[in-house]
Design a protein around this ligand. Structure first.
Ligand code: FEC
Length: 309
């Protein structure tokens, strides 16, 4: 079969979430690169999941829907050309399982894309490295989308969400928009990592499109390790904003694309409670989930890597 007619595997990678409450320890151990969490750490994470899960782990459902949405968007670009496979960083099906499934279907060339728009060597870099290693073993040629943080359709989708959520406030009073993303260890700065710059670029572009002047960028969900993480954390930023007299805050977690623990707990429960104590109203933009503009962003970005057409 010529390269132009063959089927291309699209490895859609996402963070992953436990399959059940009983699976939290295995998941947490995987995140910690094989070191089991202490009983206290496990209890604390279990409590956070109990607060948001309600029987279904939202990230699993959302990732499944996003993979199906991307498959449909790719069909619209080139019918029959692309087949999506799922590969998760910290849960089954693991990234390596996704690559193995492509090989089992006879796929010889694949494109990797992560359900996170911004590149860091510690995030997307890690996904791609694992996929490449498994693909080398199984002799699949791979290309990777590294980031899509300024794709015009992504910016349109985020801008629409910011505009819609602004309506929840009294716009005759000051409103601060706080863009946020998952913190990473400060040492990424020594590696000249693009993560911070890409996040700021997305925030700036969305604020400009939405005509918002009063905005800031803050970090969230820092890991519980001894090394320093990028800050300020959103909980500290809320205190600073309260001290400056701000009473209305719109949270825009642009580093994430799904409803999941880091949004449903860290923003909706933890940050909202902190804001309430400070006498502030905090609302959050809707996450992208399967927004058609996000599905098209992914499809365009993946198809642009298809140099075999
Ligand atoms: O809903 C869910 O079940 C999963 C939500 C979830 C997402 C997510 C995304 C990112 N993380 C990133 C970096 C790190 C680093 C560490 C780390 C630790 C955790 C823990 C949980 C967790 N993360 Fe996560 N992350 C999610 C969940 N993450 C649970 C463990 C407990 C804790 O620290 O809170 C620290 C690892 C270590 O200890 O060495 C680093 C980055 C993203 C965004 C990009 C992406 O989606 O890949 C970066 C969703």
């Amino acid at each position: 079969m010529s390269k132009a007619n063959e089927r291309i595997g699209v490895l859609v990678m996402s963070y992953g979430t436990p399959e059940s409450m009983e699976g939290i320890e295995e998941y947490y151990t995987h995140i910690r690169r094989g070191r089991a969490p202490s009983p206290e750490q496990l209890a604390e994470l279990t409590e956070r999941y109990e607060a948001v899960v309600g029987g279904v782990f939202p990230l699993r459902e959302n990732t499944n829907k996003q993979v199906a949405g991307l498959q449909a968007a790719l069909e619209a670009i080139a019918p029959g050309r692309y087949v999506c496979y799922q590969g998760l960083k910290h849960a089954r099906p693991y990234i390596e399982d996704g690559v193995a499934a492509m090989a089992a279907d006879g796929i010889k060339r694949g494109i990797g894309i992560v359900l996170a728009p911004h590149y860091s060597v510690m995030s997307i870099g890690g996904y791609n490295k694992r996929a490449q290693e498994k693909a080398d073993e199984l002799q699949i040629e791979m290309a990777f989308v590294e980031s899509y943080h300024l794709h015009p359709k992504l910016l349109d989708a985020l801008t629409a969400r910011v505009m819609a959520a602004r309506e929840k406030f009294d716009l005759s009073q000051p409103l601060k928009v706080l863009f946020s993303a998952h913190s990473l260890p400060v040492r990424i700065r020594e590696m000249n990592d693009p993560y911070e710059g890409q996040l700021l670029a997305t925030a700036k572009a969305v604020a400009s499109r939405a005509g918002i002047e009063s905005w800031g960028f803050t970090w969230q969900s820092a890991g519980r390790t001894h090394e320093p993480w990028l800050g300020p954390d959103i909980l500290d930023t809320l205190q600073e904003e309260a001290a400056a007299g701000i009473k209305q805050v719109l949270s825009a977690p642009i580093g994430f694309v799904s409803d999941h623990l880091e949004v449903l707990y860290d923003i909706d429960i933890e940050a909202k409670a902190a804001a309430r104590e400070l006498g502030m109203q905090l609302e959050r933009i809707e996450m992208l989930n399967t927004d058609p503009l996000y599905m098209e962003t992914l499809a365009d970005s993946a198809a642009a890597k298809d140099e075999w057409r």
